[in-house]
Ligand binder design. Structure first.
Ligand SMILES: [Zn+2]
Ligand SMILES: [Zn+2]
Length: 600
């Protein structure tokens, strides 16, 4: 079981308990634990295996939950979970997948209207019954109709990249213990760093396919063997994920990596380029096309065992055979990358090591789980040169948002911490005085300019009034962009992958305004958000807008998601120079000063 599996189970338990009307404290305990586990880097299995460590050392995990984690790790299930699942009909879970429908709302729909499927719910909305329920209304009803379509889309049941990655890492570690494995790699959409992953592709270089496949079959996480051929097997693993394992020979390993990494669009274009070279590419290697007397060339019946492959050991060889440099997997989407490679214009994609600072995070002053000093200590350990503390402004009452006085007090504390950091000559870390201000529903920000003026860094985000019409939302965001003290727009479209669609915003107008004023746009690296998405981030770069990649960490574990933001930026073709927080602190300050709106 991966951390994500256990977090998902705890979330489900919390949902069912809440559905059953269980007390808020018990529900909250499971939610808090799910959140803590979901954002942890280290696997619970490792902590459990270490005799010197205790699961109860993890924040939010008491003895009861620790015992449950042990059972989950040992057996893959929990008596409580099975009991709860049996007590609640399956359609309840289906209904809870509709964004905005929590356990309480679903309970009303089921009990008052007899809703027992998404189709029932759609009909109940169409006949106007839903809006009559307590706490619903006509707006909510309209939103539910829109969100049913979202829940029905099969793309929204794929795993997040970070969840799939946890499974891939576990699998690679396990398979590497098989002595017949010479080389191993994940491929497919996981390797291309897609936001979500539908199934997992693994490639192994080995001379003994059967042994390797048997090894996968006896993986404790394998629940079902779906298919078992000579060199390919498919199994179901954690969270019902399908895993396809292919075993190839060393001389074909690179060709297979290329082929099974895809995307389909990229491969179609690469194969048509190969034909221009009189070659053909398949998963075994690169072969010369046979020329017939009528001048037609043929790529049928190329038998890898009889024909000599020109390349295929490594991906680089394969690309070189068709006159191209190696193309990073994140760019292989058939969107012009082959032409860029041909012209020697592939971008030098940004890397995790390029990142110097993190400019969006929360502390216990609002809804974070760690104190300012704990965040600071962790940032130092991670080698960051600067961080901005950006707790919520006062509009976010749920998170105990900061009013002007509490914010100024926090900045006083930051001044003191910076002074003490400065005397420790080994520490290059500087804390920036920041805030995540809220764009108010009626327009304007939740803290006055006189306060924002004193900040080093201002993130402006929209958390409320997300269902307002396009024009209104766009106007709120542009107003924030035009505020001269706003540095960056946080999670600019508000979407949560698989959970909530983006709010209706004219992103082109937002990008145009950001370019005009020199306001930055965020790629929020939280794996649920990844907002901006790759298309918007690419469009922003084209318009000359600089991007900030931020973790929005709500705990010290939260820093880890930076790599998800980096992947997102790489898929958008972004280079280090496009990213604000690859700059040194002085470079960052210069960038802020040079913005058109700072000079106006
Ligand atoms: Zn936010
Ligand atoms: Zn935030």
């Amino acid at each position: 079981m991966t951390n994500a599996d256990i977090a998902a189970i705890f979330t489900q338990i919390a949902d069912i308990l809440e559905y059953q009307g269980e007390g808020i404290f018990r529900v909250r305990a499971y939610r808090t634990a799910a959140h803590a586990i979901g954002s942890m880097v280290e696997s619970l299995a490792d902590i459990q295996a270490d005799v010197n460590r205790f699961l109860t050392d993890i924040e939010g995990i008491g003895t009861d939950l620790a015992a449950k984690i042990k059972v989950l790790l040992a057996t893959g299930t929990l008596p409580l979970l099975e009991e709860l699942q049996a007590a609640v009909p399956a359609y309840v879970f289906e209904l809870m997948r509709v964004p905005g429908l929590g356990p309480k709302k679903v309970k009303l729909l089921v009990e008052e209207l007899g809703v027992a499927s998404l189709d029932d719910l759609e009909r109940a909305c169409q006949t106007g019954k839903v809006q009559l329920l307590k706490g619903f209304g006509s707006k909510t009803q309209a939103k539910i109709v829109a969100n049913i379509a979202f829940a029905k889309n099969p793309a929204h049941s794929r795993l997040l990249w970070s969840e799939a990655d946890a499974i891939v890492q576990q699998l690679l570690t396990y398979l590497s213990t098989c002595s017949e494995v010479l080389q191993i790699s994940g491929a497919g959409s996981w390797r291309r760093g897609q936001e979500t992953v539908g199934d997992i592709d693994i490639l192994v270089d080995s001379n003994n396919a059967q042994t390797v496949m048997n090894h996968l079959h006896s993986w404790p996480e394998t629940t079902t063997v779906l298919l078992s051929g000579d060199t390919k097997t498919s199994v179901r693993g954690p969270r019902g994920m399908q895993i396809d394992l292919r075993v190839v020979k060393t001389e074909s390993f690179g060709a297979a990596m290329q082929y099974f990494t895809g995307s389909k669009e990229h491969n179609v274009r690469l194969r048509s380029r190969a034909r221009e070279y009189g070659l053909t590419i398949n998963e075994y290697g690169v072969y010369r096309l046979t020329n017939h007397e009528d001048g037609e060339s043929s790529e049928v019946a190329i038998d890898p065992s009889k024909n000599c492959s020109l390349a295929g050991r490594t991906e680089a060889d394969l690309y070189a055979a068709v006159g191209l440099p190696w193309i990073p997997p994140e760019l292989r989407e058939g969107r012009g990358e082959i032409l860029l490679a041909h012209n020697g214009q592939l971008p030098h994609l940004v890397e995790l090591a390029d990142i110097c600072g993190d400019l969006h995070m929360h502390t216990t002053a609002t809804d974070g789980e760690n104190t300012l000093e704990e965040m600071l200590r962790c940032a130092r350990q991670r080698g960051l040169n600067y961080i901005a503390i950006t707790d919520h402004g006062q509009r976010v009452t749920m998170a105990h948002g900061l009013n002007a006085q509490r914010l100024l007090d926090q900045w006083g504390e930051i001044d003191r911490l910076n002074e003490s950091l400065a005397v420790e000559n080994d520490s290059p870390l500087v804390i920036l005085k920041g805030i995540e201000v809220d764009m108010l529903e009626k327009g304007g920000l939740d803290l006055p300019d006189e306060v924002l003026e004193q900040a080093d860094w201002v993130v402006a985000s929209l958390h409320y009034g997300q269902s307002q019409p396009r024009q209104q939302i766009t106007a709120r965001i542009i107003e924030a962009i035009e505020n001269r003290f706003v540095s960056v727009i946080g999670h600019p479209t508000g979407r949560l992958i698989n959970r909530r669609p983006a709010y209706d915003v004219d992103i082109e107008a937002v990008i145009e305004a950001a370019a005009r004023t020199g306001t930055f746009l965020e790629i929020n690296a939280n794996p649920w958000r990844l907002d901006l998405n790759e298309y918007h981030a690419f469009a922003a770069k084209q318009a000359g807008v600089k991007i900030v990649i931020s973790t929005d960490a709500h705990s010290t574990h939260g820093f880890e998601v930076m790599r998800c933001g980096i992947l997102q930026a790489r898929r958008a073709g972004l280079e280090a120079k496009d990213i604000v927080n690859t700059r040194s602190l002085n470079g960052l300050r210069q960038l802020l000063q040079d913005r058109p709106k700072a000079k106006a």
